[in-house]
Structure formats: C-alpha cells, structure tokens
Design a protein around this ligand. Structure first.
Ligand SMILES: Nc1ncnc2c1ncn2[C@@H]1O[C@H](COP(=O)(O)OP(=O)(O)O)[C@@H](O)[C@H]1O
Ligand SMILES: [Mg+2]
Length: 343
C-alpha cells in the first residue's frame, strides 16, 4: 500500500443474487452486466473495481443512478461484503475484522453523511450532533462542548435546541455534516449528501464543504450523480458506468481527455472556463517577458480578462516562482477542444 493511500479497494466485484459464482464465471468470459443478468438472473452491481484514495483528498465517485455508487461506498463501512476483492483502510483489511474490531472501526475511523439526513426526529440539533459521541461513550459535558463547536462551524449557531422538523433541507444537512465532523474521524463518507437539496442551497453546501476542507483536510469519499458537482468538489473524480470504472483523474484531466463517449457526454455540458486550470494548459517556457502573472491554479475564466490588455500572461507556482506563460490563443484552443461552451 502506498504511503499516501488511506482507502484501497482492490478488484471489487459485487453480485446480488442467489448464485454469484455462476455470474462470476459469466463475467470472466466477458459477458456484459445485462447479458449476465439475462442468463443468470444475477445483478452485477460492481465489476472489478480498483481504486485508491489518498489521505486528505476529496475523492468523488460519479455515475448515473444504478451505476453501483452506493454499493461501492457501502463496502468501505462494510455494510456490504464483496463477492470478490479486498477493502483496505488505514493498512488493514476490513474484511478480516472481527465484530468488535469492526464496531470500533465504524465508530472511530469513518463517519457518514446521508442523503436523507438520517436525523433523529425527537432529538434537538444539539443531541443529534452529539449522538455519535454518546454512542462512543464520551461524557455529557464533553460531547455538548464538541457539538456546540461543530454547530457553530457549520453556521447553525442559535439552532442548538431546534428539532429537525423546524429546519430547512439545507439546515438539516448542516446538522448531518456537523454530526459526522464531531466524530473527528479521518474519513468522511458522503453518499449523495447534497442531492436532495435545491440548486442554490446545494451550491452553498458545496462551497461550505470546500471551505471546511481547506482547514480540516479530511479524506472525503463523496458520491454524486451530478457531473458538475463532481468536478467542483473532487480533487480526483472516478466515473462509474454499469458497475465498471470508466476513468479516474483530476477534473481537468477528465475534461481535457475524456476516456470514452460516456464521459464526453457529461463533459459537453460543463463550463470548461471555470474548471480548466491555467497550469494544465500553459506553455512551459519561463522566459517570455510578461507584465502580469497568475497562479497556476487560476482558471481560464480568471485569466481571460487579462488578455484584453496583455498578449502573454506569466504563470507562477505557490512559491511565486515563474513556471510558464500563457496566451489567449492557448486558452481559446483548450476551451474549444471537444465542443467547448463558454458561458
Ligand atoms: N440489495 C440489493 N439487491 C439486489 N440488487 C441490488 C441491491 N442493491 C443494489 N442493487 C442493484 O445493484 C445496482 C447498483 O445499485 P446502487 O449501488 O444502489 O447504484 P447507485 O447508488 O449508483 O444508484 C443496481 O442495478 C441495483 O438495482
Ligand atoms: Mg445510490
């Protein structure tokens, strides 16, 4: 296991049904998910999925409904055992864990945020946020203090004594997030956590998560069916189609080099100007004289206005060292690739 990897899924295949062995054999012969289902009546939810998540990154799994996303995330908290393959978290194979070990693992190493919030209706916001700590046996004063802090962090100060039914969808999910963060576990699992929210609220939540993550540097395994959400949030994004991994990469890699037509179809609707980073498309020459410079993590959208008054813009790294330069032509051609849209 590489030093940076915290979650390693290796060759995970999951078949739902009475005779997974039969389905496995058919898969090995190269039959598709639908052919296996037609011949054996077994559902192939995941087919030979391998991926590793680095410590401190936001790793997004994106795919249409039924592509196997929830099945995948449930392997990490071991609500599901694979038909074949292994799940290693923090260097330990969680499939080998005994009951007690597994319980401790779930209470301390991972925390989950659910799509439907999963709040206890008769408990206050404070009690909901403190709930996981209560289960863990943390004393009442300590868990109240921790809960208060996280409620404030997610912007719900003053709502400590409210009940879930008094809150909007966005507020409920802030409670869900605060409850997960209060667990202080290194890994946060989020299965379509923002999918039930209205677009504007959802965008706010995305922004808040990114803001929090700058400070917290958790490992976040985030599931979504929304490509724009995936590329906004993900340090890396994995695309799942019919239980198979189609592509893994940084957002700009996926947008600039989509692996196949399935990915191209998602990429088409994306605002590339906002996603493609200058560092991914700049020229590497450091000698062209430039009067202005931008950071390599700036987006095309950020840099475009500068070309009104400059032919070339320098590019610098986080230490403010010159690493390249970029022209309007380079930006336009990057955006034009694969029928780009600038909105
Ligand atoms: N408990 C189950 N029993 C049988 N089939 C299941 C079960 N859970 C999921 N599936 C099937 O596995 C596939 C993947 O489902 P799921 O992981 O829920 O997809 P997603 O979360 O991407 O919508 C689907 O075809 C779904 O019908
Ligand atoms: Mg799902």
């Amino acid at each position: 296991m590489s030093e940076r990897a915290i979650i390693e899924l290796k060759n995970i295949t999951k078949i739902f049904g009475e005779s997974p062995e039969e389905a496995l054999q058919l898969l090995k012969k190269g039959l598709s998910k639908s052919d296996v289902q037609a011949q054996s009546g077994q559902v192939v939810a995941l087919n030979d999925v391998s991926l590793s998540v680095n410590r401190g990154e936001v790793f997004v799994v994106m795919g249409l409904s039924g592509s196997g996303k929830s099945t995948l995330i449930r392997h990490i908290n071991r609500l599901i055992d694979p038909t074949s393959g292994s799940v290693v978290v923090n260097g330990r194979d969680i499939l080998d864990m005994a009951v007690e070990d597994l319980r401790t693992y779930r209470r301390t190493e991972i925390a989950m945020v659910f799509q439907n919030f999963g709040l206890l209706p008769h408990r206050s916001v404070l009690e909901n946020v403190a709930y996981g700590l209560e289960i863990r046996g943390v004393s009442k004063p300590k868990r109240r203090k921790t809960a208060f802090e996280w409620i404030e962090t997610v912007g719900l100060k003053g709502y400590e004594n409210s009940r879930p039914h008094e809150l909007s969808g966005g507020q409920k999910q802030r409670v869900g997030l605060a409850r997960a963060l209060a667990m202080d576990s290194e890994v946060l699992l989020m299965d379509e956590a923002f999918s039930a929210l209205d677009p504007l609220i959802r965008s706010d939540m995305q922004e808040q998560l990114l803001d929090l993550q700058k400070k917290l540097k958790k490992t976040i395994f985030f599931i979504t069916h929304d490509f724009n959400e995936a590329i906004r949030l993900g340090d890396r994004v994995a695309l799942l189609n019919e239980g198979e991994l189609v592509q893994i990469g940084r957002p700009e890699e996926i947008i600039l080099q989509p692996a196949n037509q399935y990915v191209v179809d998602f990429v088409r609707d994306v605002n590339r100007a906002r996603v493609i980073k200058v560092g991914a498309i700049m020229g590497k020459d450091e000698t062209t004289p430039c009067e202005v410079a931008v950071d390599q993590s700036a987006s095309c959208e950020d840099v475009l206005p500068l070309f009104a008054t400059h032919d070339w813009v320098g590019v610098v790294n986080e230490k403010n060292e010159r690493v390249g330069s970029i022209s309007a032509k380079q930006v336009i051609s990057a955006l034009a690739r694969h029928q780009a849209t600038i909105s």
